[in-house]
Design a protein around this ligand. Structure first.
Ligand SMILES: Cc1ncc(C[n+]2csc(CCOP(=O)(O)OP(=O)(O)O)c2C)c(N)n1
Ligand SMILES: [Mg+2]
Length: 369
């Protein structure tokens, strides 16, 4: 049941000129000069945060960072379509979504520095913390959406996942349940063309969005490097969910311009020409060209945006470096709400190990030839 023909919705071409698509343009008719400039500012700031994350890892200040470079339009456009009471279930790459939800930029690196189990308070911003289990957030988003529906709350949930995650059983189960029970969930697949070193062609021989049709879920493909188009289709899907119309599926066609994470070297498996081709479709350049065409870009505005990005980048850097190391035994806090024998034993053993208990080493190596 295609909602739309199988080509990506686009409102702004890579050269910055608008596309004539009245239906989708009507969904963003309220986005005037100030709102366009705000979307541009968001994208420049989140790119700075992301670059700072990568640099901090390279300098040994973070254990890992999953860059979102190239995916700014998908993340900002979709996040700006949400209501404050909608609930976001994310993967590990959605720092830009978190920024738009109101997470303090100085909290974005806490987990990746290894000083806490989480980055931010999920209920303060209605967004879960980074989730490494590929695809599981689809189930969480569906369960939460269905429970909210039973409670009579008129909200939507949104699950952000990747092209690789679309092959996971969890996503298939989530789609089946959401369709059967009319759960108000939006499945947002960021097709960034790669799942670590696996190209998208090995995930699906048809456009990923078509999987939704098999479940009876309406879906749409969108140009994920076009922030206005993403805003339009996400608004439509969110309103459908909030008004009792059930689940939707969005496949945002975008590109992961950086490595999978800072632990990955993409030059070992993908051609430089591919990256070069996508660099001409950079989402920030596209919005910049639109602003230029529409006379909304001037030196004063640009200076303000750069100053804001510099300020946030510096905040992230300073806050990360200043994060105090926790007491190592805090690792065992919050595993269970009540005392648990195994955790208590592990806490004691770990404390003995840190104290250099020789008996512990002997016990460990017992039986080792
Ligand atoms: C259940 C599970 N299987 C495998 C992994 C290892 N893994 C981490 S990320 C990843 C690729 C995910 O690709 P995709 O869904 O396209 O998201 P992207 O990283 O491109 O944003 C894999 C296989 C994991 N974390 N969880
Ligand atoms: Mg991917």
């Amino acid at each position: 049941m295609p909602d739309r023909p199988n080509y990506p919705v686009q409102l702004v071409q890579p050269d910055g000129h608008r596309v004539l698509d009245r239906e989708h343009a009507a969904l963003v008719a309220d986005i005037g000069p100030e709102q366009l400039r705000a979307l541009y500012t968001d994208m420049v700031v989140v790119r700075r945060i992301d670059i700072e994350g990568t640099a901090l890892q390279r300098q040994g200040q973070l254990g890992l960072w999953a860059p979102l470079l190239g995916q700014e339009a998908t993340q900002v456009g979709s996040a700006r379509a949400l209501h404050p009471d909608d609930y976001v279930f994310c993967s590990y790459r959605e720092a830009a979504v978190a920024y738009c939800r109101g997470v303090d930029p100085t909290e974005l690196t806490r987990l990746w520095r290894g000083v806490a189990h989480s980055c931010w308070d999920p209920d303060a911003v209605s967004m879960t913390n980074p989730n490494i289990i590929v695809g599981s957030q689809g189930l969480h988003a569906t369960g939460y959406a269905y429970a909210a529906h039973l409670d009579g709350a008129e909200i939507a949930t949104i699950a952000y996942f990747g092209d690789g995650a679309s092959s996971q059983g969890d996503i298939a189960e989530a789609l089946g349940f959401a369709a059967g029970w009319g759960a108000p969930v939006v499945f947002l697949c960021q097709n960034n063309h790669w799942a670590i070193s696996e190209p998208v062609r090995v995930q699906s021989q048809t456009p990923i969005v078509r999987r939704a049709y098999g479940y009876g879920i309406p879906g749409v493909q969108v140009d994920g490097n076009d922030v206005l188009a993403v805003l339009a289709v996400t608004r439509q899907a969110i309103e459908r969910a909030r008004s009792g119309g059930g689940p939707s599926f969005i496949e945002a066609i975008t590109y992961r311009m950086g490595p999978h994470t800072t632990a990955d070297d993409p030059t070992r498996y993908r051609a430089a020409a591919e990256l070069e081709e996508w660099s001409h479709r950079d989402p920030i350049d596209r919005l910049r060209r639109l602003l230029e065409h529409e006379g909304l870009l001037d030196a004063e505005f640009e200076a303000r945006v750069t100053a804001r990005a510099d300020e946030v980048g510096a905040q992230v850097r300073t806050a990360t470096i200043d994060m105090p190391d926790p007491d190592p035994s805090a690792l065992f806090d919050h595993v269970y709400t009540t005392p648990h024998a195994l955790i208590t034993e592990e806490r004691r053993e770990y404390a003995a190990y840190l104290a250099g208990d020789p008996g512990l080493d002997a016990a460990r190596t017992e039986g080792v030839p």
